[in-house]
Design a binder for this molecule. Structure first.
Ligand code: AMP
Length: 282
């Protein structure tokens, strides 16, 4: 591996370097991840490379956002391959925190943004968004980027981060990036690595539902789409957490579509013991 990427493992080290870069007048683009990188992450890095002078990427499966400790234990850890992908994408700095350092004097701060935090992932994964927002806030304070890049794959997370950025005045430009999919349609995810071949085929029911829901909306109501969608996922052998059609911004549910509003279908389902999420515009 050549030495063009610098690896920082301490808060002080990364904070010093990114502040120095900004003092030199360079625009810092930041991509926070949990590691186990794939081409979905690479698309964020590419967007950051285009829109900034230097790209910083963090690799950290943040323990406080895992409501299920088994899920944290099984989360893939592939540091060496991740660093190769970061080199390929011309990332200048990789930040790989350790928990004692990054959580030093830091408590998880609960947040309540109404339906943004209480519905869907918030309802099914208690404490998940508290842990997520705590670490994102902390990472933004440490790295002090000009721009931070997040994927629409985690639509609700993105809405919460945008809300937190504006209400807490974090002063970062949040850039959202579209969902990257496998040729089959399956949304790329670090968790896909844990799917058996036969499970990958069944998981396709999720992306197929995302793709067809928009056509259904011409003749069906939100609750009809939800019911039919859930039926299809169950028929594919998936265990459904939710199939939800809501206002894309407020996450409010309505009985009828209003052409002046935008809507989104959001899905979470287990394929075997792997929990998958996906979403798309209606
Ligand atoms: P994660 O490592 O899963 O926490 O993801 C880190 C960032 O990459 C988040 O902003 C995700 O939304 C984004 N991301 C993950 N998968 C994809 C994908 N398939 N397409 C686009 N962005 C993604």
């Amino acid at each position: 591996m050549n030495n063009s990427i610098e690896i920082c493992r301490s808060v002080a080290g990364i904070a010093f370097r990114t502040r120095r870069l900004r003092a030199q007048g360079l625009k810092v683009g930041f991509v926070p991840t949990m590691g186990a990188l794939h081409e979905g992450h690479a698309s964020l890095l590419k967007a950051a490379f285009e829109q900034s002078d230097v790209v910083v990427c963090s690799l950290y499966p943040n323990p406080t956002q895992f409501d299920n400790k088994e899920d944290l234990k099984k989360y893939p850890r592939t540091e060496e391959e991740d660093l190769e992908l970061l080199q390929r994408e011309k990332v200048a700095l990789a930040y790989i925190p350790n928990t004692a350092d990054i959580y030093h004097n830091l408590e998880v701060t609960p947040i309540d943004y109404g339906r943004l935090t209480n519905s869907l992932e918030g309802a099914h994964r208690p404490g998940h968004f508290d842990g997520m927002s705590t670490i994102v806030r902390r990472l933004l304070e440490i790295v002090t980027p000009d721009l931070a890049f997040f994927g629409e794959k985690d639509w609700q997370q993105l809405a919460i981060i945008n809300h937190m950025n504006s209400t807490e005045g974090l002063g970062v430009s949040i850039i959202s990036c579209p969902i990257i999919r496998e040729p089959s349609g399956l949304a790329m995810s670090s968790r896909n690595r844990r799917l058996l071949e036969e499970e990958v085929l069944r998981a396709l029911a999720i992306s197929e539902l995302v793709m067809t829901a928009s056509a259904w909306s011409k003749t069906m109501s939100p609750s009809q789409i939800q019911a039919k969608g859930e039926e299809l996922l169950v028929a594919a052998g998936l265990q459904v957490d939710y199939v939800s059609v809501v206002n894309a911004k407020s996450f409010e549910f309505t009985e009828e579509f209003n052409t002046a509003q935008s809507y989104r279908i959001l899905i979470a389902a287990y394929c075997g013991d792997v929990r998958l999420i996906d979403n798309g515009a209606i």
